[in-house]
Design a protein. Structure first.
Length: 365
């Protein structure tokens, strides 16, 4: 209902990257966020828009690249969103989110944005909404607020948030101070974080006032903040200014320095979040094969035979895929490429894309 929408709140959805760790399903021409990897019957981008609409209504701003603008526009109805923000070239998350912030600040100095990546899965949407509402309240007190996920394993592919004491803000009592952000750790350190109970996974979801975000950016990179605000004042300058923009993630540009200044808060979010970052995590979400329940399948299970096997198979190549007695196999079949790997090597799939690029096989990536 419109009355439930959060005041002065816009969902900013960065839709970029190609999800190379999910190659060969995810490709440059049809990246991860345009695929149905959650089994909902629609793209992850469409899922994201549907998830945030109860909080913001049509105040949805999708930021994407020129290469995918038409595909993105076809995924999200005009009535569901603001006009697309189209980047001339990829520049990572800080310029994308910063440009949206500058545009919102120009319209409304009290604007608050929520940055929600286009390629995440959330199973418990009601809890997610409650956490975002708490984050919005904390953002009103001048904090940059992130959602933190309780780790379920010693993952080395996520960043970690060191959680500090409660902030005891009115209307957002569950919000905690952030002590520090930790880079993707080695396995032994990730295990220590898991045992210690003081760290959360960094979900990459941020809620912050548009002016607060740009002012925090100005403290570490005043030139970038100035250029972004200049583009918002003079939209025709986007093309010429964008080439000057550094490629940097929002975590490194703003969030980590702001945490050192105690300007960052976290809302612990037990909402069934997953970034579906590789085939090992995607396998957990796939359906067990009826005849071979130790194998999970993403795709047509009638094209899979897997006697005596365990693992994950994604048949998308219009042919029968047979695994005979293979343990912990990951097999992803497409019309022009077949990937075979194991769960412990799933994080390395992105390196295959770089190898193919070095071979001049742009047709496969």
């Amino acid at each position: 209902m419109p009355g439930d929408h959060l005041a002065d709140f816009t969902a900013v959805i960065p839709a970029g990257g190609t999800g190379t760790r999910l190659w060969p399903l995810s490709r440059a021409q049809r990246p991860k966020y345009l695929l149905d990897l959650a089994g909902t019957g629609q793209s992850m981008l469409r899922d994201t828009v549907d998830r945030v609409r109860p909080l913001v209504g049509a105040e949805v701003m999708v930021v994407t690249g020129r290469q995918h603008a038409d595909l993105v526009a076809s995924e999200v109805d005009d009535a569901d969103r603001r006009p697309l923000v189209v980047e001339p070239s990829p520049r990572n998350s800080m310029p994308a989110i910063g440009l949206a912030a500058a545009m919102l600040e120009r319209e409304n100095p009290d604007a608050v944005l929520g940055a929600f990546p286009a390629d995440h899965v959330v199973d418990d949407v009601a809890t997610f909404h409650a956490c975002v509402r708490a984050a919005h309240e904390a953002a009103g007190h001048g904090y940059l607020v992130t959602l933190g996920i309780s780790p379920t394993r010693a993952a080395t592919g996520f960043g970690y948030i060191e959680v500090g004491p409660p902030l005891e803000l009115p209307g957002a009592t569950e919000v905690r101070q952030v002590g520090a952000f930790r880079e993707k750790p080695a396995a032994d350190l990730a295990a220590a974080y898991l045992r210690g109970g003081r760290h959360l996974w960094n979900a990459g979801i941020f809620v912050v006032g548009a002016t607060v975000l740009l002012d925090l950016l100005a403290a570490s990179d005043p030139e970038m903040a100035r250029v972004l605000r200049d583009i918002a004042r003079h939209p025709d300058s986007l093309e010429s200014h964008w080439a000057e923009m550094p490629s940097i993630a929002i975590d490194h540009a703003v969030v980590e320095p702001a945490a050192r200044d105690r300007r960052v808060a976290v809302v612990p979010a037990e909402c069934g979040w997953d970034d579906v970052g590789d085939f090992a995590s995607l396998a957990v979400r796939a359906s067990p094969h009826g005849a071979h329940p130790s194998v999970r399948v993403l795709g047509d299970s009638d094209t899979v035979m897997a006697p005596g096997s365990t693992g994950f198979i994604a048949p998308h190549g219009d042919r029968m895929v047979v695994s005979l007695g293979l343990q912990e196999v990951i097999a992803v079949d497409t019309p022009d490429a077949l990937l075979l790997t194991t769960p412990d090597r799933a994080q390395e799939v992105g390196s295959v894309v770089e190898l193919l690029r070095g071979m001049g096989r742009e047709d496969l990536i």
